[in-house]
Design a protein around this ligand. Structure first.
Ligand code: SF4
Length: 522
């Protein structure tokens, strides 16, 4: 060590000699330039005007103004300290909510990152009054009470409605897949999950007692907590697996669930790949693109989400939307009928059923597809290409339509020269006549009109705006938390933030500009 220091000393001396030689040369040629000294080896105390940390039109001022308008009594239930009483004061829920709203709008969804921001980022410093906020406090607040947070979303919606920003005449619903906090490799079958659960239990038992003196209590408790959480996740994974197994067809492969986030589901992504995700359903009113409902589901498709969307809008606003505009992923006859029953005008593309794939699979020749069979309305029979009669068998209701079955006589098909082309796998031949319900017929007719087509064309711009904001601007492409309840909370924070940003853009900033102009003119 001494040798190293000696060598270093010699090196520095040599460098110093070189530098002074260079200075001598420079000083002979021209006077040395002088610059301000950078002195980092000092302590400083300087006055900070907290109020002036942010400009007058900084979004934190608007966020604070909005949160101060809301009722926070639901967030104060567990606060025991009172003014004039003993105990440490709690952090104001308005401050915690404002910090999270600001964080989401800046693309930050980590409690640790937000806590760090409080020590140097002017917007956060202004909000906190330059006080530090512990990340545990931030993290606990974000996920503590889903119902209270849903109430917060409704309250903000109420404020926006009072300012004339929401109109439920036309609501667009769209779903977006957001990646779960799990990788595709974390999906396991039942045997592996049970094995891992056993290992987790053994790990917990093998851990030292928190009273042990060998390791610090904090370290042991942290390790035990991590192991317990892992065990809980594995138990939940087995429960989720049982749910899958109950619905699984015999022909389907054994189910697998993620041991990192058992409630996540493998979902098709917009790039065509599959990834563990949740499906976030967003209903946006068309006049100012305000989100009026947000629901997070485990459904891989949007087929069953329309009715939930209508219900969620009603829960949040007390009103049923007059018109719902959706893409083809929501259109099925049952949804068309349900919307009609609720008095909701549904706009969406008409789905045409295509039986060709199944006919091809059965080896039926195109010359014997159903359109080659002639229907006789008077006798309610079909005449096949060989001139034989198919008679009515029975009617059944399926997916919002009535299906009438007609069958040929077994003897006719058995002796028919076209049997291999017409019914190679199942004889005698059967034909189904589908009859749409009145609601479906009316929907189809409406969607042929130019007015309905024009409304549908405006869907993408409105419905996809909040999704694009949430993913591109707020950076919520992957949830930070795990489990349906917690990711649902994350989605609500993002949508709440989006709505407040819309209010800042449409109301707060124009009002501020008017006031500033009036002051300048005085
Ligand atoms: S197989 Fe039967 S239904 Fe088909 S063309 Fe022949 S008789 Fe008609």
């Amino acid at each position: 060590m001494e040798e190293v220091l000696e060598l270093l000393g010699e090196g520095l001396e040599a460098l110093g000699a070189e530098a002074s030689a260079s200075t001598q040369i420079r000083s002979e040629e021209e006077p040395r330039k002088r610059f301000k000294l950078i002195n980092r080896n000092q302590l400083m105390i300087r006055p900070v005007d907290v109020e002036k940390l942010v400009e007058a039109d900084h979004p934190v001022r608007a966020i604070w103004a909005m949160v101060c308008e809301l009722d926070w009594s639901r967030f104060e239930d567990d606060v025991k300290v009172v003014e004039g009483g003993k105990g440490r004061s709690k952090t104001d829920p308005r401050l915690l909510a404002a910090l999270w709203i600001y964080a989401y709008s800046e693309g930050v969804n980590s409690a640790r990152e937000l806590s760090r921001m409080c020590s140097h980022e002017p917007g956060c410093e202004w909000l906190t009054g330059m006080e530090e906020v512990n990340y545990h406090t931030l993290s606990d607040f974000r996920t503590k009470d889903k119902e209270a947070q849903d109430d917060l979303f409704k309250q903000v919606l109420g404020r926006l409605s009072a300012e004339g920003l929401t109109d439920l005449k036309r609501v667009m619903q769209d779903g977006t897949k957001i990646r779960a906090q799990a990788s595709g490799n974390s999906f396991r079958r039942e045997d592996t999950l049970r094995e891992h659960l056993k290992l987790a239990q053994e790990q917990i038992e093998a851990m030292g007692s928190p009273d042990s003196e060998e390791l610090s209590q904090r370290v042991i408790k942290a390790k035990q907590r991590a192991a317990r959480e892992k065990k809980q996740r594995l138990k939940l994974a087995l429960e989720e697996l049982q749910k899958f197994e109950q619905n699984r067809q015999e022909s389907e492969k054994a189910s697998r669930v993620s041991e990192s986030d058992p409630e996540a589901r493998m979902m098709k992504q917009s790039d065509g790949g599959f990834a563990p995700s949740y499906n976030v359903q967003v209903c946006t009113e068309a006049s100012n693109k305000i989100i009026v409902a947000v629901e997070t589901t485990q459904a891989g498709t949007d087929y069953d989400e329309l009715v939930h969307g209508i219900d969620a809008v009603h829960t949040n606003t007390g009103q049923t939307p007059e018109q719902m505009v959706v893409d083809g992923g929501y259109i099925k006859n049952a949804n068309i009928e349900e919307a009609a029953e609720r008095g909701v005008d549904l706009i969406g593309p008409v789905a045409e059923s295509n039986p060709v794939a199944s006919l091809k699979q059965r080896g039926v020749s195109p010359d014997f597809y159903p359109d080659k069979f002639r229907y006789d309305k008077q006798t309610d029979t079909f005449i096949c290409p060989a001139g034989k009669t198919l008679t009515f068998q029975r009617s059944s209701r399926h997916d919002g339509r009535i299906e009438h079955q007609y069958r040929a006589k077994a003897a006719d098909c058995q002796s028919c020269p076209f049997r291999d082309e017409c019914c190679p796998k199942a004889s005698p031949r059967m034909v189904i006549r589908k009859e749409d319900s009145e609601a479906v017929k009316a929907f189809r007719a409406k969607m042929q009109t130019e007015q309905a087509k024009q409304i549908y064309r405006s869907r993408a711009e409105v419905a996809e705006t909040p999704n694009a904001w949430i993913k591109a601007k707020f950076g919520l492409r992957q949830f930070r938390l795990r489990g349906l309840r917690k990711v649902g909370i994350e989605a609500v924070w993002a949508c709440l933030t989006y709505n407040i940003r819309q209010w800042i853009r449409l109301i707060w900033k124009p009002q501020l500009a008017t006031v500033s102009a009036a002051v300048a003119g005085m």
